[in-house]
Design a protein around this ligand. Sequence first.
Ligand SMILES: [Zn+2]
Length: 115
Amino acid sequence: MALVLSFHCGRCGQEYAVYYPKAVVYPLYGQGTREQGAKEDEAEARSGAIGALRARAESQGKVWVNAGEVQRVTCACGKELNLDLSLHPRIPQRKPSGPRQVGLIPLHPSPPKKE
Ligand SMILES: [Zn+2]
């Protein structure tokens, strides 16, 4: 299942559907390597799942962003949005040498709304 999170621009309210490829997510969560993630991303893209998610997001007026390609976007209103998953509050901090170990937070992205 592809990870797509919704972001709102805090200034103008523009919605963004941000797709985080597993190549980005896996190493961050320690679920696998970037290479494993990339393989699954490819399979999902080939199956058409990503294209379908994108089409649905765009039909809802959201701007589709592939976080595997870009994690900083400038909104049409001029506000800079940082989509870095590691800065997202849902993400546990995984710093190998860090003194503080935060408990593992399960990944529960809000599912795309069906309309
Ligand atoms: Zn904006």
